[in-house]
Design a binder for this molecule. Structure first.
Ligand code: UDP
Ligand code: MN
Length: 312
């Protein structure tokens, strides 16, 4: 006979009530909004498929550095500087030397049509830079979209033999705080800074069923930014190949997704769930969004640019 029944029925009832209350609390979505140590705001730190969402205060960098150093991890950072975008390279590379994967082996892969304009930036030990000469496209949308094709092609030919992980980044950016091995995982995407607190109805997914990037209303986890994603070489190969093939199909059907490669990235990550998700600390635009207190660090931020002048 259970001891509970020996207790006064009211005490028994009270205990059950407390258990139900705390049990319910620990299962409710609110419990995923656990605050980071020492932080007053609450943020989502785990996806419903149990992938960590990386915010400052959720990881111990010393432990992670040791784990990745023991495996002698090499990280490839791909960046495209086509036509006038070569002007962004210097600041991008200089700040990457200060903040990106410091203490680990890094290969920069600079894709450009202007190899002579790639600046000489002094590199730390274990870090090297490869210039990969590629063609350009007239439309900036095509430059942006064909990154998927080129990353997939070079992953197959070279990257799989040279690095463990790939990080694929926009060049019109700078690093302004630590970006390290805490981002590394089989497949990761970054929350778009404009939508991290929005409902899925507000996400700017491709909504036309004719496009391969189509996501119907009511579906979708997050809105990821096309400017920072990555993972193991094999996962990035699958992602970029799949997105490129989807864009080829769209082109054949005379349709271009509303946000180009970003729309296709979002479609891919909806059906191939990332194993880590980076908070907008890893993709910010201070000019547009200021510095809300929930952001303990701004790690990788947009460099202001004149779109018209730089794209034409
Ligand atoms: N890009 C480039 N040359 C161009 C247009 C784009 O190299 O003429 C590359 C560059 O790496 C850039 C990325 O494609 O960061 C995405 O384009 P952009 O940054 O202009 O898009 P936005 O971030 O403004 O959406
Ligand atoms: Mn950009």
């Amino acid at each position: 006979k259970s001891k509970c029944f020996a207790l006064h029925p009211w005490i028994c009832f009270l205990i059950i009530l407390i258990l139900v209350f705390f049990g319910y609390e620990s299962m409710s979505p609110r419990s995923l909004l656990v605050g980071r140590l020492g932080a007053s705001e609450t943020v989502l730190i785990l996806t419903p498929w149990l992938a960590p969402i990386v915010w400052e205060g959720t990881f111990n960098i010393d432990i992670l550095n040791e784990q990745f150093r023991l495996r002698n991890t090499t990280i490839g950072l791909t960046v495209f500087a086509i036509k006038k975008y070569v002007v962004f390279l210097k600041l991008f590379l200089e700040t990457a030397e200060q903040h990106f994967m410091v203490g680990h082996r890094v290969n920069y892969y600079v894709f450009t049509d202007r190899p002579a304009d790639v600046p000489q930036v002094p590199l730390g030990a274990g870090r090297r830079l490869e210039v990969l000469t590629v063609r350009n496209y007239t439309r900036w949308q095509d430059v942006s979209m064909h990154r998927m094709e080129m990353i997939s092609r070079f992953s197959e030919q070279r990257f799989q033999h040279e690095v463990d992980y790939l990080v694929c980044a926009d060049v019109d950016m700078k690093f302004r705080d630590h970006v390290g091995v805490e981002i590394l995982s089989e497949l990761f995407g970054t929350l778009h800074p404009g939508f991290y607190s929005s409902n899925r109805e507000a996400f700017t997914y491709e909504r036309r069923p004719q496009s391969q990037a189509f996501i119907p209303q009511g579906e979708g986890d997050f809105y990821y930014m096309g400017a920072f994603f990555g993972g193991s070489v094999m996962e990035v190969y699958h992602l970029t190949k799949s997105c490129h093939e989807a864009m080829v199909v769209d082109q054949g059907n005379g349709i271009e997704a509303v946000w180009h490669d970003e729309s296709h990235l979002n479609k891919y990550l909806l059906y191939h769930k990332p194993t880590k998700v980076l908070s907008p600390e890893y993709m910010w635009d201070q000019q547009l969004l200021g510095w809300p207190s929930v952001m303990k660090k701004l790690r990788y931020v947009a460099v202001p640019k004149n779109h018209e002048a730089i794209r034409n």
